[in-house]
Design a protein around this ligand. Structure first.
Ligand SMILES: NC(=O)c1ccc[n+]([C@@H]2O[C@H](COP(=O)([O-])OP(=O)(O)OC[C@H]3O[C@@H](n4cnc5c(N)ncnc54)[C@H](O)[C@@H]3O)[C@@H](O)[C@H]2O)c1
Length: 317
């Protein structure tokens, strides 16, 4: 029912989630090749694997055909910028990573007979019309707004993955990942958790968009990585699509108050304008992952926030 992973390719492995995935796989004795062009990732994230003979790093882009040695049983495809600041800074690169990049990663998996796990996104739901979001929801996405490079990019990645599965029989799995947080997030990446925690650590006002009543469901990175690994290992989910995230929903204002309390900052909370197409509610329905993968998150939001605040204390000057 579950395949033991032996040798995997992790595209985007020098990023936030990718580096935790590499770490988890290495701790299980899996051989890991990390392919990354470092556009948003960093060699600092993978520096502690130096000297581990099961780990190697290839500095290249997925946007061109790449060639590696043989023997891969699984490809985890995470290579894509994912932060709101990048939607403005490098929108074309995001679209290319999710079109050409996903094509090349799938072509590699097809050629090597490897499993393929796509890091998709809850952004495929856009501003969702159903709550909580189930995998069947087709989404409510602005196809040409400022977030469209990412949202539509992720939707094309899903379509490309299913096309390779249906046409060529590639053994694919799609994870629709909901907001994930933890150590190694970039402090300036524009997502709500790094923003609030960086501000708290610096003693600056904590900024909340709009009235703060919009919701998110935050998943600690170790839980998410556990879900990705199960998705790669499970034999019975070929061509499957799974929400992976923490169903514990909270408003942004609640998140800000929690950061304030746990960090002990005296900073005030201030309200600013809502960004364009900012989704109103986000909460995954994870019944499918629970039933078919035996997966659910375990890290309590207070524990996860504490660990992440500690990490930001170490990196924010
Ligand atoms: N963090 C989240 O909350 C979240 C939510 C939903 C989906 N995801 C998805 O998970 C994946 C990882 O996200 P993350 O938060 O770790 O972001 P990240 O920016 O930290 O990691 C992405 C990595 O991919 C690399 N990369 C980007 N384009 C590339 C290319 N063309 N070729 C090679 N490498 C490339 C970057 O350098 C970086 O190391 C992404 O696919 C993202 O869309 C993340």
């Amino acid at each position: 029912m579950f395949m033991a992973l032996k040798k995997v390719l992790v595209t985007g492995g020098a990023g936030f989630i990718g580096s935790h995935l590499c770490e988890s796989l290495l701790s299980r004795g899996v051989e890991v090749v990390c392919l990354d062009n470092l556009v948003t990732g960093s060699q600092r994230n993978i520096a502690h694997f130096t000297g581990n003979d099961k780990f190697s790093f290839v500095n290249t882009t997925t946007c061109q055909k790449f060639d590696l040695e043989d023997g891969f049983d699984t490809v985890f495809h995470l290579a894509s910028p994912a932060s709101p600041v990048d939607f403005h800074r490098i929108p074309v690169e995001i679209l290319l990573a999710n079109t050409a990049g996903t094509y090349n990663a799938l072509a590699f998996a097809k050629e090597r007979g490897a499993r393929f796990v796509l890091a998709g996104s809850s952004e495929a739901y856009g501003d969702p019309l159903h709550h909580p979001q189930k995998e069947e929801h087709w989404g409510n996405v602005n196809p040409n707004g400022v977030r469209s490079c990412y949202d539509e990019g992720k939707r094309v990645s899903e379509a490309m993955t299913m096309a390779f599965h249906r046409k060529y029989g590639v053994d694919t799995r799609i994870a629709r990942i909901f907001n994930t947080y933890g150590p190694r997030m970039r402090k300036d990446d524009g997502r709500v958790i790094p923003n609030l925690m960086t501000q708290a650590v610096k003693g600056e006002p904590l900024t909340v968009h709009g009235d703060g009543k919009q919701t998110r469901s935050f998943c600690f990175v170790s839980d998410l990585v556990d879900g990705l690994v199960r998705l790669g290992e499970a034999d019975h989910v070929r061509g499957g699509l799974f929400n992976l995230g923490n169903p514990h929903e909270m408003t942004i204002l609640e998140a800000a108050n929690l950061v304030k309390r746990l960090s002990g900052t005296r900073s005030e909370i201030v309200f600013t304008g809502r960004p364009e197409d900012d989704p109103a509610r986000r909460q995954p329905d994870i019944s499918k992952a629970r039933n078919m993968l035996g997966w659910e998150p375990h890290v309590h939001v207070e524990d996860g926030f504490r660990q992440t605040i500690d990490w930001f204390r170490g990196v924010v000057k």
